[in-house]
Every structure is written in structure tokens, then in C-alpha cells.
Design a protein around this ligand. Structure first.
Ligand SMILES: Cc1ncc(COP(=O)(O)O)c(C=O)c1O
Length: 388
């Protein structure tokens, strides 16, 4: 007997990743001869940014030493200790994960039952939306204002009896917003009032090129917070696939047990890259100043070009390398239509609706890691497209 076709599970039908989904369409157009500039993925490597040498050296050294076995499931003890010092928690509060992506997956598996929700920002990094869908969560969002700061009143309105935690992404993907201390304090107060823990996605926390950043972990006091981070962005090493989650405050005991079990069943994270992470945390952080300087140059180009184009507007990013640009023009019915049309002009960006199903308005996310001349070229093309 032979099968005609093997059907995917209904759960897998719930998965989408708009940042990469658009690439298939771009490739089709590229294959017919149009040169493409990919500004859809937040990966510094294609634009010439490299991890600091001492991190690469530590990875290479580890390959020559004896790290060929399974690492302890919760992470290399020295790495856990180094992270714990960095986060100001104890070693047992730290779990090493395959990038923060796996940390997010473990948190969803440990915390979310069907019919519950982790309250997400709108817009939000799409992995959270997918995890919420796959966990059959209720998909609740809080809005952000025109400067992309969380709207606390709206957050209050959207907390309900099914809410299990509040997610904060600071600096934010997709907006580049860096939240004020006052806003963060407001979120902590709300979480305290409703007895909810906070998930703080800090994956861009050193990439702030304008002003300072307040860390959620420094404000939380009685409110339990779990912070996530990785080698990917702050240390320009996304291919390493090493990250962590660190639990702050009281009340996490059972969740930590659950996370430990989830770590055990997937055995371990690449050990050599964990050794590289130790070098990253202990070594020089000089690279980040240079990186932030480069990002600021690009942000200035972005702001000038968007302001000069009729029909677009954007709130200035202050961190990370994302801009969430509003399509004010009524010429396009949806942001997907706008983004698909732009592919013919050789520029790949991501429709804003991929970052929040309930978004009010049309947006696209543009990654501004490209070299200044490439970025200017992208805006020349966007301008041509919008005038056509
Ligand atoms: C906000 C945010 N969180 C988490 C991640 C996952 O990062 P990684 O798995 O590479 O550590 C990303 C990746 O782009 C992100 O933008």
C-alpha cells in the first residue's frame, strides 16, 4: 500500500514566520532577473558585521578541547555562573537555551495552557504570535502609542482572567523603541496589581544608540520577572544559537522545575558555543560602541529619507536595527499589497500585519543594517514605487 500524500498536523498549519515567508516570493522575482536588496531579516552578517574576534577564538579553542559530549541540560556550569553574575541572580535561576528562540519556546511550554494568554505587545516579534497560536492561547495584545511606547490604559483593558504573564520587548522589534523608565515602572505596577509575572525580552539591550536604557530587572522588586537574552544581537553572533533565560524574584519555583524538565528532554545546547558565550560576557564589550555608532548613521539616513517621502511616516528608532514605517498613502489597500508591489522594485521588507494581526493602520518593517549607500538605494526605489 502506498500513501498518496502525507498530511501535516493541524498544529503545524498554525505556524507562519512572515519575516522569511516573503523571501519565497522575492526569490521568484529575483530568478526572473530583478536584483534584490533583502531588508527583511535582522541578521548583521550579510551586511559585513562580524562577531568580536575574542568570541570566535573562544569557540575555536573549545572545538580543540574536550567539549564533544552532551553539556549539562541547564547549561555549562561556568556559563550559568557568568550569566548569573551579569543578571544578579543565582546560578540555579539561569537556563541556557539554543538562542532566545528556544527560551521563548520553553517559556510557552512551561507557562501556557490552551485558552490562556501571555499578553503581547502590538506590534510584537512574530515568534511570540506563533507560539501563542500553537499553544492554543487566546491571543491578547496591548497597543502602543504613536511613539511605540506601551499604552498602559490599553494594557489594563486587555488583562483578563486568562492572562498568565505580560511580555515586554525592550528595545523593541519591530519598532526600535526604547521604553522610558516611567512606562516600565507603570508596567511593573500593573503587573503587581494583577499579580502577573513579566517576561522581559532583552535581546537588544546593549544596542541603544540614543539615550539610555532602563532594565526591567532593576525595577521589578516584588514582581517576578524572567529575562531573555542571547549571543545573537548584542554580540553579533546569531549563527551561534546560544541564549538564556534568567528568573528574577520569588514565585518561579514550579516553573523552574518545569523548565529543567523541558531542558532535560532536549538534552543540551551546543557546548562549544556556550564556551564562546562565557568569553563574550567576560571579555571586552568595545564592539558595541562601534556597532551602535554605525547604527546611528543608518538611523539618521532612514529618518531623513522617510521624512522626504510623501505618504510615509515613522517614529525614530532609538535601539536595535528596525524601523516600523507607516504607510499613510491610501493608494494601497493593505500593507501586504504594498510590500508585494515593492518586490518588483528590488526591495524586500516585511508587512506590518505579520507583527500583529489586530494592527490599526498599514505598516512595513525595514531592517536598517545595510550599508549607507544600499539604504539610500532602497529609499530611491521606495520613492520611485510610491510615485509610479
Ligand atoms: C525580539 C526578539 N526576541 C528573540 C529573538 C530570537 O533571537 P535568537 O533566537 O537568535 O537569540 C529575536 C530575533 O530576531 C528577536 O528579535
Amino acid at each position: 500500500m502506498s500513501f498518496l500524500s502525507v498530511e501535516p498536523s493541524s498544529k503545524s498549519d498554525l505556524v507562519s514566520y512572515p519575516i522569511r515567508d516573503i523571501v519565497q516570493e522575492a526569490k521568484k522575482i529575483e530568478n526572473s532577473g530583478t536584483k534584490m536588496l533583502y531588508l527583511n531579516v535582522g541578521d548583521p552578517a550579510p551586511f559585513g558585521f562580524r562577531p568580536p574576534k575574542h568570541i570566535l577564538d573562544a569557540a575555536a579553542d573549545a572545538l580543540r578541547q574536550d567539549y564533544s559530549g552532551y553539556a549539562p541540560s541547564a547549561g555549562d556550569p561556568e556559563l550559568r555562573q557568568t550569566i548569573a553574575k551579569f543578571e544578579k541572580v543565582s546560578d540555579d535561576d539561569v537556563f541556557v537555551t539554543a538562542g532566545l528562540s528556544e527560551g521563548i519556546d520553553l517559556l510557552y511550554q512551561a507557562m501556557l495552557d490552551p485558552g490562556r494568554n501571555i499578553l503581547l505587545p502590538s506590534p510584537s516579534y512574530p515568534l511570540y504570535i506563533t507560539k501563542e497560536r500553537m499553544g492554543y492561547g487566546t491571543m491578547d495584545f496591548y497597543d502602543c502609542d504613536e511613539n511605540y511606547e506601551p499604552d498602559l490604559e490599553n494594557m489594563r483593558k486587555n488583562i483578563n482572567k486568562y492572562t498568565k504573564a505580560i511580555l515586554v520587548i525592550n528595545p523593541n522589534n519591530p519598532t526600535g523603541a526604547v521604553y522610558s523608565r516611567k512606562t516600565l515602572q507603570g508596567i511593573v505596577d500593573l503587573a503587581g496589581e494583577y499579580k502577573l509575572p513579566i517576561i522581559s525580552d532583552d535581546v537588544y539591550d546593549q544596542m541603544v544608540f540614543e539615550g539610555d536604557i532602563t532594565h526591567m530587572r532593576d525595577l521589578s522588586k516584588d514582581v517576578p520577572v524572567v529575562c531573555g537574552n542571547s549571543l545573537s544581537k548584542n554580540y553579533i553572533y546569531p549563527g551561534a544559537r546560544a541564549g538564556y533565560i534568567a528568573f528574577h524574584g520569588e514565585g518561579w519555583g514550579n516553573i523552574k522545575d518545569a523548565i529543567q524538565r523541558l531542558c532535560n528532554q532536549r538534552l543540551s545546547v551546543n557546548w562549544e558555543m556556550q564556551r564562546a558565550y562565557i568569553a563574550a560576557l567576560k571579555g571586552s564589550h568595545d564592539h558595541i560602541h562601534q556597532f551602535n555608532k554605525e547604527l546611528k548613521v543608518r538611523k539618521d539616513i532612514l529618518m531623513k529619507r522617510v521624512n522626504d517621502i510623501d505618504g510615509l511616516s515613522v517614529a525614530a528608532p532609538r535601539g536595535a536595527f528596525y524601523s516600523f514605517i507607516k504607510i499613510e498613502s491610501t493608494k494601497w489597500k493593505s500593507d501586504s499589497e504594498f510590500v508585494r508591489g515593492l518586490l518588483k522594485y528590488g526591495v524586500v521588507v516585511v508587512p506590518g500585519s505579520g507583527f500583529a494581526p489586530n494592527l490599526n493602520g498599514k505598516y512595513f518593517r525595514l531592517v536598517f543594517l545595510a550599508k549607507p549607500d544600499q539604504l539610500n538605494y532602497a529609499f530611491d526605489q521606495i520613492e520611485k514605487y510610491m510615485k509610479a
